[in-house]
Design a protein. Structure first.
Length: 364
């Protein structure tokens, strides 16, 4: 399980872990045994408002920052189409007022539009479905989002430690599964019930351990989103720089992409086309390990370097899986020169050779 302090080593959500730690310290310091029911209710209400505010502000803030840094890579035709559909059909009073203030000419300038956070997000209820809609509007591949939430085994949190949480079920509706989606929606629902209806300060059910476990879950959620957004941006940057990659005749030409302050603080990315997967090992609890043979050309493998498997079809790059080189051996047979052992950085499914055109890159 990821600790809050480790979340601050992430790329997009630096600082989020420290904010969660502040909420955690307040919860741990609250003596629920001696507190009156009224005090417990007030404290519980604060907890949900604080956690929801963090959830909404961090996600919206990160997505907005991404578009400020990489507008050329991310303002695709699909994004522009989704964006204008959204703002011209919105019912949000705030968004309409902002559009009136900017004027029609500025609204049609997409480079100006992406600077306006009020036009980017026209709702303050960040349900799971809203999160997916937001990523869809950004032209991110939401088909793989759930795989990132499964990068760590969360069953102990979702099913055991948070089992006392009751989800809202109206009428004959099917009871929600205990998954990430349900707990995100639970948080939004709790925040709305506090913000829009009166809750009597009696009969509080404050459970310190449950709320601490909910904080742990959102640390996992932020971590998964960080990996998802890093991968989606890398795919966009590949697509922007190398739209005709299949036309390269030199298999080992160094390609450059501006990722110095994005992902790995290094700009050199090298495509390796002459490789063969030898073996794949994976268990439910351990990360995948892959052995490959390759002809490295001008590439000199280094232990600790990051390797990327990507699928590409006629629509472009669509799937990514990152590994770290944990072992290298000289292997001079049948045109190969190295044998590498790779370990996945996080679990996001499997990439197979029959899924479009499989490409292997190293990020030095």
């Amino acid at each position: 399980m990821i600790q809050a302090i480790n979340l601050d080593s992430s790329f997009w959500f630096k600082g989020t872990g420290k904010k969660i730690q502040k909420i955690r310290a307040l919860i741990e310091g609250f003596n629920s045994d001696s507190a009156q029911p009224e005090e417990q209710t007030v404290f519980e209400n604060y907890f949900f408002i604080a956690l929801y505010s963090l959830w909404e502000s961090e996600v919206y803030g990160v997505v907005h920052e991404i578009f400020q840094r990489y507008p050329m890579a991310l303002t695709t035709e699909k994004f522009i189409e989704e964006y204008y559909k959204n703002i011209f059909s919105t019912r949000s009073k705030r968004t309409k007022e902002k559009m009136d203030t900017l004027g029609f000419r500025k609204i049609l300038n997409i480079s100006e539009i992406v600077k306006e956070q009020d036009l980017f997000f026209d709702t303050n209820n960040l349900w799971y479905s809203t999160l997916k809609d937001l990523f869809k509007k950004c032209d991110f591949n939401i088909e793989f989002l759930e795989a990132y939430f499964s990068q760590n085994d969360l069953s102990d949190l979702l099913v055991t430690k948070l089992s006392s949480i009751e989800f809202d079920v109206s009428g004959d509706e099917f009871r929600p599964e205990r998954n990430v989606e349900s707990y995100i929606d639970f948080l939004v629902s709790q925040r709305n019930s506090i913000a829009h209806s009166f809750k009597s300060p009696t009969g509080a059910r404050f459970d310190k351990e449950v709320w601490l476990s909910l904080l742990d879950l959102f640390i996992e959620i932020f971590s998964a989103l960080d990996n998802f957004l890093q991968d989606e941006i890398l795919i966009k940057l590949f697509a922007l720089e190398w739209t005709d990659m299949d036309d390269y005749s030199d298999n080992y030409e160094l390609f450059y992409i501006d990722v110095r302050d994005v992902l790995y603080q290094i700009t050199n990315i090298l495509e390796i086309t002459n490789f063969e997967k030898v073996a794949t090992k994976k268990s439910n609890s351990k990360k995948m390990k892959v052995n490959i043979k390759l002809n490295a050309g001008r590439f000199e493998p280094e232990e600790g370097a990051i390797c990327v498997f990507m699928n590409k079809d006629i629509s472009g790059f669509k799937k990514i899986k990152k590994f770290k080189i944990i072992k290298k051996e000289t292997f001079t047979a049948r045109g190969y020169d190295y044998r590498l052992e790779l370990e996945e950085l996080y679990k996001t499914g499997t990439i197979r050779r029959n899924e479009g055109s499989l490409r292997f890159f190293t990020i030095k």
